[in-house]
Design a protein around this ligand. Sequence first.
Ligand code: TNX
Length: 519
Amino acid sequence: MKKLIPFSKLLFLIIALVLNSCSSSPEMKLSEAVLFPKPVSLIETNSSFQLTDQTKILVSNDSKVLFKAGNYLASLLNPATGFNLKTEIGSEKEVTNNIHLKISNLDTKFGDEGYKLRIDEDKISLEANSVEGIIRGIQTIRQVLPNEIEASNKIEQSWYMATGEIQDYPDYKYRGAMLDVARHFFSVDDVKRYIDLLAAYKLNVLHLHLSDDQGWRIEIKSWPNLTAIGGSAEVGGGEGGFYTQEQYKDIVEYASDRYITIIPEIDMPGHTNAALASYPELNCDGKATQLYTGIKVGFSTLCTDKEITYKFIDDVIGELAAITPGEYIHIGGDESHVTEMEDYIYFINRAQKIVLAHNKKVIGWDEIAHADLEENTVVQFWAKKENALKGIAKNAKVIMSPATKVYLDMKYDSLTKIGLSWAATIELDSAYSWTPETFVEGITKKDILGIESPLWSETIETMDDIEYMTFPRIIGHSEIGWTPAENRNWEDYITRLKKHRERLEIMDINYYNSNLLLE
Ligand code: TNX
């Protein structure tokens, strides 16, 4: 007969096992955390830290911005954990079980956005040269936690993080996305959600394309018809809309709390039908145009030889500069097919001077390289490499937005229901497999400010559409901007992205479920 273990002994054994598993830290591997963008270096120490309702977020001095960063971290952790984590001022030595955020003097290679994240069994320390780096590191803390941390409602589970150390800093200092709110208008809440999604992948710029042929989307108090008339249309005949200056400031502040800079664009001298329909005097023939709801490009132009045009630009840029803390204003300059080259150059030269007079620097699409470029003017490469090279020859830095790789409005393949395909269809592998500093012969790393992924909205009508075209391609773009080329490869990327799908689902992102994710 088999010898049975007495019930009391068995009970004791079970209790001992349970107690043991509670008190000691389970072994976990930091290298198994799915991190986007991939960090520069990672060392694992094979244990774990447990986030509990007793964990404190500590900031070492009473810097207001650091305290705010602590509250931002708490706001990311509290919904799913159901905890009520708070930021406190104190030293990490006082207590265990804390997440300590600290400004320190890291090596210059960390710059403003780099960070050092050390996860031990009993505490976490996140250090950076500036709060910007703390905000970037907070995104890594998020990703080291279980996927469920992204849930908007409380989930009953333990919150372990693998221990180790991550040292991380970006390859390029400008890592942006652009949203076209002119062809279709998107609400303040949609823009805020977009900002949150960009922040999670350490992007630091949101360029808002605020005017085009189909709509004018920002209140300009000295030219009220821009929004009263020009704001009332959009592609397909919808009602359009615009941001009041107060709403715009709210967006700017929301972005700035996540250390994302808003770069506003007023496209000129082409792509201006909404303005031309609002004010007859901006037209060479003195007659207002009709509002436009189609998707053709290149048919409109401001009248470049009327003085009122420059008064108009000065007023618009003046009001916009006053509510834009970022250093850049984007003046468009693309596809001005009905402006004579001579007039175009004259116009772009004057427009740059106006922006400078309002203490901002200029960004323009690559065509502006035909003009004389002011010191610090940046050329955004999207189509013609000759233009980008011309800009570089004139001492400009370049933002890399090659339409064939980063245009988020391009279809994934011929079956994609929304989007365009004039430049290419862009599957996940194509979007990921390129390198800014080798993409165009003659454009080298020192010429490049960074990369930006534009989402044009001719066919994009809802937040679901925005998410579908943006995700997951932008995750790849974020990695191209952050992670040095020698640390990136497609196989490793797609393997991590497959594992990341569950998190995208919990984040409720309407992403494109490519066949490449299913194999
Ligand atoms: C070209 S990219 C444009 C936009 C369109 C886009 C559609 C650029 C500077 N101009 O006006 O929306 O193609 O993909």
